[in-house]
Design a protein around this ligand. Structure first.
Ligand code: ADP
Ligand code: MG
Length: 369
């Protein structure tokens, strides 16, 4: 049984359940609160960034069905801020309340093999890839795709974790072990190396009525495999921007999901656009929308999930967003002293190298359409 066949508006005053308690959840709680909603966070610790500021919190493993029952009973609609919620938990919840996006979109995004199969079936190009179940299959995949190439666990990777670059002299057994691939990660995928000019992303949203909208394509610059800076808009031609936007709209429509979808893409020097991966939730490369747009990606999620009009994704300004990773967040006094900087800190109780602690956005007058 699905509870997602009602078109009813979930009106302000209602409670939105959010699976996951990270910074994406925290910024969703803030956006929801601005529109008069309460949020109930389902997470693993009361210290998590979203749990700290939510109206209600359930601290339990995602597989705790009694906790899911109680959660479902106290909310009007559910969403998620984290991709790796067990599918069974989302399906369990779906029999009790509307979950947007639902399990089918999540299933595609959780598994890099399913994801690339899906993207290609939609007529959209990715890097060439081969599913790889063990080191022996890795040898034939490398023979097919050549080097350099990138081995990624099929599931559970993030911020460059669970991937390793394969060179001609790389030992397959060692590479397999080093990337952490196992049955628990659904094996791995080998991808041809893309010699891209830049990386861009588009964040799109789709409502209950099928309406789709998106923000302008942005450029993402990485450091140590973690997003470092987002440049708004991406300095690409109108043709590339239109192609990227079209890809994002096609994918969110094909997924039939209600919510927000981020699409990460590679742009080749000749203007070819390839999809790298998708995330069925707000995305780090959309944080600038809080400061530069009338409606942020987090409010857009709330609007989609509650069946409110999606409204404008126009930006009032161009922007640069910088992530504060690890002890970079200790520079907060300098950002507070910078009159142009808009500082966001996530309230994480422990600073760790490579951990996203906050971000800063700078706005500049809008120069391009
Ligand atoms: N096939 C590829 N060719 C070239 N660079 C890649 C490729 N796949 C990933 N990368 C680089 O590694 C980064 C992280 O990979 P990604 O697949 O997005 O995993 P994550 O889940 O960690 O974000 C990408 O943003 C890109 O910079
Ligand atoms: Mg990525």
């Amino acid at each position: 049984m699905s509870h997602d066949d009602t078109p009813a508006v979930v009106a302000p005053g209602a409670t939105i359940g959010v699976l996951g308690g990270g910074q994406l959840g925290r910024m969703t709680v803030i956006a929801a609160a601005r529109l008069g909603y309460r949020c109930h966070i389902f997470c693993q610790s009361p210290d998590e960034p979203a749990a700290q500021i939510a109206a209600q919190v359930t601290v339990a493993p995602f597989t705790d069905t009694e906790a899911l029952d109680r959660f479902a009973a106290g909310i009007d609609v559910a969403t998620l801020e984290f991709e790796n919620i067990p599918l069974e938990s989302v399906e369990y919840l779906t029999a009790r309340t509307a979950v947007r996006p639902g399990a089918p979109a999540l299933a595609v995004a959780q598994d890099r093999i399913k994801e690339k199969d899906f993207i290609n079936r939609a007529g959209i190009a990715t890097a060439p890839y081969r599913a790889v179940a063990n080191p022996r299959e890795l040898i034939s995949a490398v023979a097919d795709l050549g080097t350099p190439s990138i081995l990624k666990t099929a599931r559970l990777g993030y911020d460059g974790k669970g991937q390793i670059r394969i060179e001609t002299d790389t030992d397959p057994e060692a590479a397999w072990a080093q990337c952490g691939a196992s049955d628990a990660t659904g094996g791995a995928v080998l991808e041809g190396f893309v010699d891209f000019e830049r990386e861009i992303s588009v964040i799109a949203a789709r409502g209950r009525d099928g309406a789709i909208t998106s923000y302008v394509p942005v450029e993402n610059r990485h450091a140590n495999h973690i997003l470092d800076e987002t440049i708004v808009p991406a300095p690409v031609s109108d043709t590339v921007a239109a192609a990227a936007t079209d890809i994002a709209h096609t994918l969110i429509a094909e997924l039939q999901m209600i919510g927000v979808l981020a699409v990460e893409m590679f742009v080749s020097p000749d203007g070819t656009v390839l999809v790298n991966e998708v995330a069925p939730r707000p995305h780090n490369s959309g944080h600038w929308t809080i400061d530069a747009c009338a409606v942020s990606q987090f409010e857009l999620l709330v609007r989609a999930v509650c069946n409110l009009p999606l409204a404008s994704t126009e930006r009032d300004a161009d922007a640069t967003m910088k992530n504060l990773i690890g002890d970079a967040a200790d520079n907060w006094p300098a950002y507070l002293a910078d009159p142009a900087a808009r500082l966001h800190l996530y309230g994480k109780t422990e600073t760790r190298a490579g951990r996203k602690m906050g971000h800063v956005t700078w706005l500049t007058p809008r120069m391009r359409s």
